[in-house]
Design a binder for this molecule. Structure first.
Ligand code: ZN
Ligand code: ZN
Ligand code: FE
Length: 762
């Protein structure tokens, strides 16, 4: 008797894949996977993502479904896989089909991505046809967002349109089994963009290999403008103090730290203290600038980052950078290509005009940059990624909203470190870092950026969200948009909501939102706020004690004015000796009088300004030339061995908690008089603010029946404060969230505005 083997069960499945699955090599990946498992069927892109059907032996279909998400290409983000069975059709081949006409794609554009390992192998292989080709890329890497002009994401709608692919490139592009199948920026030395070295007047410099020549000039101490992915950098040897110093002078940048590009992760490790998390971020496809504590003896010029406790380092992220760094063989300063506070140059004519006076030579290329995209910047605090700037590598990746927006919306963000955000349904796209919206140039990139995103993602805003500050250019822009519904959102509420929304926490939560400035619901200047709320609403549960901001805006640039205000508030009339040498005594008493009478001196609860005041009181920094400088230098001054704290009062009035540091200020001045070390004073001050924050949060949390605390606002970019506060909250049994996908500062405001407006609409 024989047992009959049952015929293999045939199965057909239709699969919908959602997420970032277009323009990332997802279809060829599906094609290869189906081929490997002997499955027939088809795959194509449509407006909702990827749709595919596979048919074959039941176990093979099973295996296909199990591997589909986990083995996706490195740039794909698979958010959802939905499958259902269909009747088998007896197909025997697998095909990649054309996208159906009509129906615009939701996520057609991905972010710019660092050169992948496969491309690097070819870059350094003398036998490869792209050996040392500065524009090598493939489906898994290369420029994306920065070269896109329109939709759909296809070569004619990118800045690669002018380059006609050669036969070899075209056959790679057309072959589903090739790593360059539909890689829009695909190019080679025969058909693609070229690098060139030119003088500031634009005259070409004859060089067989412009990159080797550029590297030699850098080694010799020259300053170069280097055209990269999202804009121009200014570069010079980092260990050559003469070069760094003259770059600083020519750029008119006084103290703000320069970023560094290091040839390797080991080189980075010789400059800064890197933990596991920092290493991972440095080598990630986003390749951000990572700020990490500088090591004693780090071989960089004095002027790279004067007074800063950290250095910002990044690894090469374009093939041109890889070649340049390898040829130069040393760490380079790679700072944004601009003078002082202007936006970074990205258009060629503009770069020549503005950077010609700064750079000795320009290393350029002929692939246009469509959208200026600065390097992203972050640091790691207690194992959490704190973004200071979210731009290249992250933009335009969408971030889901917890509550779908019923109508298309635009959120205009704040003023400093501006970003905008567009949203429809569950998807929100936070734009590239625009910068400080205080001049025509940045306003232009703000309005152009919004229009560009509206086209890319087919968003036609019916609702426009803005900050409550009437003078912000972003607010004025919102008020001028015609035929839309306007929604005003309080600044610190937006900070709180942004953090809750990215973590998909419904709240309510207590938010300790500490920053420099934000327009308060009561018209005063907020900035040291304890809020309780969610994405719908909030109430102010407390704040820092309000003091005068003597001379208004001027007090931001001149921290000694805040020292004056806080000392007066604390009943100390004379400036401490350390500050007396920095400030004219007559001006001191004039400002004290302003503060006393409240003339040109609005009330503020700003935590940023308290840090400024203490920095000035200690004589660390009386005037600043970049945002946050006084606090950064105060943090740098901290003595890590100091374990004590200062007294600080957390007063619980009827329904409001007030953090009152007057006692702290008095203790600081007493210590200064007693000759205590600045390092000890700075440390004790940080510890006091952290403990007051924990106490205030614990009080508000128990009163409002929650265990969830959000820490956000630019002040929490402070590593020491963040670490101590997080540790204190954990010890108090509270769960703390910080923004990790969006900037902790005002770059995160637009997304918070969008989350609030979406919630209010529903
Ligand atoms: Zn690649
Ligand atoms: Zn070619
Ligand atoms: Fe803010």
């Amino acid at each position: 008797m024989s047992v009959q083997t049952p015929a293999p069960v045939r199965r057909r499945a239709r699969v919908r894949v959602q997420g970032t699955v277009q323009g990332v090599g997802f279809r060829p990946y599906v094609y290869r996977l189906a081929g490997e498992l002997g499955l027939a069927g088809f795959v194509f892109n449509d407006s909702r993502g990827v749709l595919l059907e596979v048919e074959g032996r039941s176990e093979a279909v099973e295996r296909f479904l199990a591997r589909l998400g986990p083995e996706a290409p490195r740039l794909a983000v698979v958010e959802r896989v939905l499958s259902e069975d269909r009747a088998p059709r007896g197909e025997t081949a697998f095909a990649i089909l054309e996208s159906p006409r009509g129906g615009r794609a939701d996520a057609p554009v991905t972010s710019d991505t660092a050169t992948c390992e496969d491309c690097l192998r070819e870059l350094w292989d003398p036998a490869d046809r792209r050996f040392r080709y500065p524009f090598i890329n493939c489906t898994n890497c290369g420029p994306r967002f920065t070269i896109v002009r329109g939709v759909p994401y296809d070569r004619p709608f990118t800045t690669m349109a002018a380059f006609q692919m050669c036969e070899e490139c075209q056959s790679e592009y057309d072959n589903p089994a090739d790593r360059r199948f539909h890689a829009q920026p695909n190019a080679c030395p025969v058909c693609g963009p070229r690098a060139a070295l030119v003088w500031p007047d634009g005259a070409a410099i004859a060089a067989e290999d412009p990159i080797r020549a550029a590297a030699a000039a850098l080694r010799g101490g020259r300053i170069l403008a280097v055209k990269g992915i999202g804009g121009y950098h200014l570069a010079c040897r980092a260990d050559d103090e003469a070069a760094v110093g003259s770059l600083r002078a020519r750029k008119h940048r006084e103290d703000k730290p320069f970023a560094l590009m290091v040839p390797s992760i080991d080189a980075a490790g010789s400059l800064v203290a890197l933990g596991e998390h920092e290493r991972e971020l440095l080598t990630s496809p986003e390749r951000p600038i990572v700020l990490a504590p500088r090591l004693p003896g780090a071989a960089v010029g004095e002027s790279v980052a004067p007074g800063a406790p950290e250095l910002g380092v990044m690894l090469p992220y374009s093939p041109l950078h890889h070649l340049l760094l390898a040829d130069a063989g040393c760490t380079l300063v790679m700072t944004s290509g601009n003078a002082s506070d202007e936006p970074i140059a990205f258009a060629d004519a503009d770069a020549h005009e503005r950077l010609g006076a700064i750079a000795d030579l320009l290393l350029i290329h002929d692939r246009p940059i469509q959208t200026r995209t600065d390097d992203s910047v972050l640091r790691v605090v207690s194992g959490r990624r704190i973004l200071l700037r979210r731009s290249r590598g992250h933009v335009p990746t969408s971030i889901p909203l917890p509550e779908a927006a019923a109508r298309h919306l635009l959120a205009c963000g704040a003023e400093l470190k501006n970003t905008f955000c567009l949203a429809k349904g569950e998807r929100a796209w936070v734009g590239h870092h625009i910068g400080d919206l205080q001049n025509y140039e940045t306003l232009r990139s703000f309005t152009d950026g919004i229009e560009h995103f509206q086209r890319l993602f087919a968003v036609e805003p019916e609702v426009v969200v803005h900050d409550l500050h009437p003078e912000y250019l972003s607010t004025k822009y919102a008020l001028e948009r015609e035929g839309v519904e306007l929604v005003g959102v309080q600044h610190h509420h937006a900070h709180l909501a942004a953090c809750l929304a990215e973590h998909r926490e419904p709240g309510p939560a207590v938010g300790a939102i500490f920053d420099g400035t934000g327009h308060g619901a009561d018209g005063t200047v907020w900035g040291g706020e304890l809020l309780v709320g969610d994405c719908a609403e909030f109430r102010r549960a407390g704040s820092l004690l309000a003091v005068r901001l003597p001379g208004g805006e001027r007090a931001i640039r001149e921290p000694w004015r805040m020292a004056c205000a806080w000392l007066s508030e604390a009943g100390v009339s004379d400036p401490p000796a350390a500050l007396r040498v920095l400030v004219d005594e007559r001006r001191w008493f004039q400002v004290a009088e302003l503060a006393r009478r409240g003339l040109h001196s609005p009330l503020t609860t700003s935590m940023g300004r308290l840090f400024d005041a203490v920095s000035a009181i200690c004589g660390v920094r009386a005037e600043v030339n970049y945002e946050g400088q006084a606090a950064i230098e105060l943090e740098a001054a901290c003595d890590p061995a100091e374990r004590r704290s200062y007294p600080i009062s957390v007063a619980t009035e009827v329904d409001r908690v007030v953090i009152d540091p007057r006692e702290t200020i008095r203790a600081i001045t007493a210590d200064l008089r007693g000759g205590a070390a600045i390092g000890a004073i700075a440390s004790r001050f940080h510890a006091a603010v952290a403990s007051a924050t924990v106490e205030a949060c614990a009080h508000a949390a128990s009163r409002h029946g929650t265990e969830l605390v959000v820490l956000s606002g630019g002040v929490f970019a402070n590593r020491r404060l963040g670490r101590a506060t997080l540790a204190g909250l954990a010890a108090a049994g509270l769960r703390a969230l910080v923004p990790e996908r969006l900037p902790v500062g005002d770059g995160g405001i637009s997304y918070g505005q969008a989350a609030i407006a979406a919630r209010r609409m529903s």
